[in-house]
Design a protein around this ligand. Structure first.
Ligand code: MF3
Ligand code: CO
Ligand code: CO
Length: 291
């Protein structure tokens, strides 16, 4: 007896066969790349894509090496922009932030209570500040995205605390990345640690798929529950970029429509890397030292 597409499903669900077990069977027969594209709009990356993103990632790291020596009291945040912009162009790449949805500069520079999307300008860095530099390069069409928070001069105890917690959050998030784990596992690991340290996790901005475009599916929240969300499979590439506040997680956007600051003016720190899911675990495509 053949079951017709419009017949009641033999599983007894009461749905039509085509809307129930037939749909499931046809989905299960598709390769993972097709399934993830259709279900989640996630574009898996092949070997050539991974080479391209890795190369863009190494340019991002080389760009960090250019700015590390100039970060000290007295420089303007715009000085960081100048170096990032010129070094990126000199290497045959393009700074992704420039003109992205109207963003006016080539890098995000976020000082102290600025959570993210700080616009470089005349602000002068002062002794004891913390400054996040978020670099995204596009090389041969491939995007890699990473950020780090630096001390300006000698840090005070609050700066040491929030930067240390944010870095450990990225480490713990990355350590969850392996096939079979879920996106919720990543957020759970980050949130659990941050809140144990009496810090808070920003809700309004999340990690994201990356590689073919600046921001792709899926979203990667830095909070969540174990076992929840999309299951990780090899070929997924996404950022993990926890923003961690010393006070509560509420934000405010300034009148420039970009700069996000903590509502309570508490310090905020962030670290970001671009992560590939491999057969056995993960590979960072922007592998700077997190120890
Ligand atoms: N690099 C940021 C991220 O990690 C996005 C910056 S968007 C910009 O997703 F327009 F501000 F550059
Ligand atoms: Co990002
Ligand atoms: Co970024």
């Amino acid at each position: 007896m053949k079951v017709g597409r419009n017949d009641p499903c033999p599983c007894g669900s009461g749905l039509k066969y085509k809307k129930c077990c037939l749909a499931k069977e046809t989905q299960d027969n598709k390769d993972p790349g097709t399934q993830y594209a259709q279900r989640y709009k996630i574009q898996l990356k092949n070997e050539a894509d991974i080479l391209g993103i890795r190369k863009a990632g190494h340019l991002v790291l080389d760009t960090f090496a250019q700015i590390i020596d100039i970060i000290r009291p007295g420089i303007k945040t715009d000085d960081i922009n100048t170096i990032v912009h010129e070094f990126t162009i000199k290497n045959g790449a393009r700074p992704a932030p420039l003109n992205y949805r109207g963003f006016p500069k080539s890098v995000c520079v976020s000082v102290n209570e600025v959570v993210c999307h700080g616009i470089p300008g005349p602000r002068v860095l002062e002794e004891g500040d913390i400054v996040n530099v978020d670099i995204t390069s596009v090389l041969d069409g491939y995007y890699a995205d990473a950020n780090q928070t630096f001390f300006v001069g000698t840090p005070g105890p609050q700066a040491v605390k929030i930067v240390g917690v944010a870095k450990e959050c990225l480490k713990r998030g990355i350590s969850m990345v392996q096939p079979g784990n879920t996106i919720g596992d990543i957020g759970w690991a980050i949130q659990t640690y941050a809140e144990k340290e009496r810090c808070s996790v920003v809700r309004d901005f999340v990690g994201h798929g990356v590689g073919f475009d600046f921001h792709e599916a899926p979203q990667v929240p830095h909070f969540g529950q174990r076992g929840q969300g999309i299951r990780l499979i090899p070929g997924m590439v996404f950022t993990i970029e926890p923003m961690i506040n010393l006070g509560n997680h509420n934000l405010k956007i300034l009148d420039d429509n970009w700069t996000a600051v903590t509502k309570d003016k508490s310090l905020s720190a962030q670290f970001e890397q671009t992560i590939l899911v491999t057969q056995s675990g993960y590979e960072s495509l922007t592998p700077y030292d997190l120890s």
